[in-house]
Design a protein around this ligand. Structure first.
Ligand code: EPU
Length: 417
């Protein structure tokens, strides 16, 4: 299995180009199930999760063509309505095919995703939302089965904002009869990107990016070309990396408006940040000031940046309080950072007190999930000595060629067997 080897201590300099967003691409690719024709995607990142989604669509019968940064999905050949356990267990976001399948075919069977390394992550709101649209839902032998002759528009109130839940229901409601009003929805840029794409296909969606989305159902959607938006979490990861190592980089092909919560905290930590239309200049400064953060739904501080920010705070001056309010078990990286000499104590499972130390020491560490792996990469970039990170398959799910991009910025990093 691949590992990442990093010798710390180098500053980052130069330019890096951001890839298409994983969490925008996954629902967008799932939305091609709604179309009885071809959907073409550009700026598609080369990631394991994208391959898993394509394999799932192919298993359903879609004909896919892939080339660098491009994916074409022919949805007219989809015949199967069952997403099998072997495909779903590799990626929880497979649940995103549930809404489109039941909306287009009136029937869907999707393996129930289990818990995951960062929390229980139930899908109850996806299911109650589909029930509100008239689907009958049953769970049998580990599979969710949803049936409806045609979904019927309704009011749906989410107990809390859920990103993939909002996406699933938004896709389902596009082909429902009548109007649906989704309240207390997620406002992430990925939701807006999905609504824009569905509207391009002929859907009638208003309010994406606010707490209330209204969807007037239509009979069918048409073939379109969709360009995937830049990855705000990859952008943020490079920002935190340079804040930690020092140096001066220009992050190109990103959207600074999508990462405001992080920019605010990095500035408070002493990092110099200059934003342009589609690029960000980041200059790292020492000493790094300690800053408290609390993860919140967008536009708050993203939970997907918490692990990387914790790595930065391990070498800040003073104490930082990190409150993870989205997931109940998203501190696995803290235990690995401790092995590198960080001083972190955790209480109640979701509060971490990070006391800054002068320097981290290299160690052999293990990635436990996608963003934890990015946090260990950042720690490795600043640690004294050579760090080896194992289980980097977690990282390959969501970061395109991160070691190559960091190496071009001057980091001493390589992939080893
Ligand atoms: N929740 C429920 N019931 C539900 C759905 C969610 O209780 O039916 C809870 C979750 O357990 C969690 C909270 O609601 O406590 C928010 O979870 P959400 O549903 O928003 O998460 P998600 O849609 O499963 C997406 C991203 C995650 C990201 C979260 C939060 C995708 C494919 N995944 O997950 O991305 O952390 O939103 O922003 O969009 C990552 O990329 O590393 C990643 C984990």
């Amino acid at each position: 299995m691949d590992k990442i080897k990093i010798t710390g201590g180098r500053q980052l300099h130069g330019e890096v180009i951001i890839s298409g967003a994983k969490n925008a691409a996954l629902p967008l690719i799932a939305s091609s199930i709604l179309v009885n024709g071809k959907t073409c995607f550009t700026n598609v990142p080369d990631l394991m999760d994208i391959t898993s989604t394509r394999l799932l669509l192919e298993d359903l019968g879609a004909i896919c063509k892939v080339s660098k940064g491009y994916l074409e999905v022919e949805g007219s050949s989809i015949k199967k309505i069952e997403a099998e356990y072997d495909l779903v267990r590799k990626m929880r976001a497979s649940i995103l095919v549930l809404g489109p399948l039941v909306a287009r075919f009136g029937h869907a069977k999707v393996s129930l995703p289990g818990g995951c390394a960062i929390g229980a992550r139930p899908v109850n709101m996806h299911l109650s939302g589909l029930e509100a649209l008239g689907a009958s839902i049953s769970i049998d032998h580990g599979y969710i089965e949803a049936k409806a002759d045609r979904l019927i528009g309704n009011e749906i109130y989410f107990d809390m904002p859920t990103v993939t839940g909002t996406e699933n229901l938004m896709m389902a409601a596009t082909l429902a009869k009548g109007t649906s009003v989704l309240r207390n929805v997620a406002k992430e840029p990925e939701i807006v990107a999905l609504a824009d794409a569905l509207n391009k296909m002929g859907a009638k969606i208003n309010g994406a990016g606010t707490a209330i989305i209204t969807i007037e159902g239509v009979k069918k959607l048409s073939s379109v070309d969709i360009n995937i938006i830049p990855d705000r979490i990859e952008t943020g990861t490079f920002m935190v990396a340079v804040a930690a190592t020092g140096g001066d980089i220009l992050i190109k092909g990103c959207n600074p408006d999508h990462i405001g919560g992080l920019i605010n905290k990095l500035k408070a930590a002493g990092t110099m940040i200059e934003t342009f239309k589609d690029s960000i200049r980041v200059v790292g400064h020492t000493p790094i000031q300690s800053v408290d953060i609390k993860t919140l739904p967008y536009p708050g501080f993203p939970t997907d940046m918490q692990a990387q920010f914790m790595a930065l705070m391990t070498i800040a001056k003073g104490n930082s309080m990190i409150h993870e309010s989205i997931f109940e078990n998203r501190f696995a990286h803290a235990n690995e950072l401790l092995r590198m000499g960080a001083d972190i104590s955790i209480s109640n499972g979701n509060l971490a007190m990070v006391r800054g130390v002068k320097r981290l020491q290299a160690a052999q560490v293990m990635a436990s999930d996608l963003r934890a792996s990015a946090s260990l990469v950042i720690a490795g970039l600043v640690a004294e000595g050579t760090t080896v990170i194992s289980r980097v398959y977690h990282m390959d799910r969501g970061y395109e060629a991160i070691e190559k991009k960091l190496s071009l910025l001057g980091a001493d990093i390589e992939r080893i067997q």
